[in-house]
Each structure stands twice: as structure tokens, then as C-alpha cells.
Design a protein. Structure first.
Length: 180
């Protein structure tokens, strides 16, 4: 079954939740173009299902995705960051980052020190325990994510990643969500 869609062809027929929703909208509002819903609706549905799954390796390690994002950001940048830096990098609110950092610090994964130039600013880094945790969990998490994508027809992960990358760049440019 082809998933390509040209200007004069019908949308691909995938029997998923979104296709049912689209058919219902087309029945009650045939005058409205529901095409965008086929993409945005599926992205939203996929995101919700992935969040529901709670990322098994992270759960086994006692971490949430947002906590792992903070730890991973500290690990991949390889330098100290402020809470504001972490909020920008992870697209989270300052309050959410502060709450998560407090828990991660209590668990011994993050160290905090006052900035030498401005004592109101905290510099954050991974502890050795935090670094070991990230290094242990990352390969397991990536293997889990690969298994989630394994069902894509014809190994089209690269194509999907490229298309989603284009969409993300467009949204970041339009909505100002780009990283600094």
C-alpha cells in the first residue's frame, strides 16, 4: 500500500484513530479541508502514546522523560549550565526545571554551586553518579526507541526524521521556539 499522496490523489488509507476522526469531520463538514489534521493529529496522537508508554528504560531507572532530558542536557553539553540554560534547552518552564532539579539534586545526580561572579546564579553539573546513570540509561533508551520505530515499512526512519525536521524548523522559525 502506498503512502504517497499527490495533489490529485486521495489521502492514504491507514486504519488508525485519526483516519476515523477525519472521516467523521468530512461527514459533518465536507466543506472543510481536514488534510492538516492527518499530519498534526497523528503527530499529537503518537506523542501522547509515547508519553503514556513512559519510556520503559527510564521508568526502570526511576526517571521521568523530563528528568532524563535535564540530565541528558548536562551530559551532552559537557559544561555547567544555569537553570535558565536548562529551561531553554529543554523547552520547559523555569518553575518545572527548578522542581525537577531539586529532586535530582536530592537523589545525588546533580551538583549545584553558586556562580563566582553572581551569587544569585547557580551553576549545575552532573555528579559522577548522575553521569554514570545517563551513560547507562542512554543506550537502553535508544534501543527502546529503535524498537518503537522498527515497525515502519521499508526502513523509512530517515525519511520520517527529515520530514519532521523540516516541520520543526518551520515551527521554530514561525513560533520562536528555536534554541539559542
Amino acid at each position: 500500500m502506498s503512502t504517497e499522496q499527490g495533489a490529485d490523489t486521495e489521502p492514504h488509507t491507514v486504519a488508525d484513530t485519526v483516519s476515523s476522526v477525519v472521516r467523521q469531520w468530512q461527514a459533518v463538514r465536507p466543506d472543510v479541508d481536514t488534510g492538516p489534521m492527518e499530519i498534526i493529529g497523528r503527530i499529537n496522537r503518537c506523542a501522547a502514546l509515547l508519553q503514556q508508554a513512559e519510556d520503559a528504560p527510564l521508568r526502570r531507572a526511576g526517571l521521568t522523560r523530563p528528568e532524563f532530558d535535564l540530565l541528558g542536557t548536562l551530559r551532552r553539553t559537557g559544561r555547567e549550565l544555569t537553570p535558565g540554560d536548562l529551561a531553554r534547552e529543554t523547552f520547559a518552564s523555569g518553575a518545572a526545571v527548578t522542581k525537577r532539579l531539586k529532586l535530582l539534586q536530592e537523589r545525588g545526580f546533580v551538583a549545584r554551586r553558586s556562580d563566582t561572579r553572581d551569587r544569585r546564579v547557580s551553576q549545575l553539573s552532573l555528579t559522577e553518579e548522575g553521569r554514570t546513570l545517563v551513560d547507562d540509561v542512554l543506550p537502553q533508551q535508544l534501543a527502546y526507541e529503535a524498537s518503537v520505530l522498527a515497525g515502519l515499512a521499508g526502513g523509512r526512519e530517515g525519511e520520517l526524521a527529515a520530514l519532521l525536521g523540516e516541520l520543526l524548523l518551520q515551527l521554530e522559525g514561525r513560533l520562536g521556539g528555536g534554541r539559542v
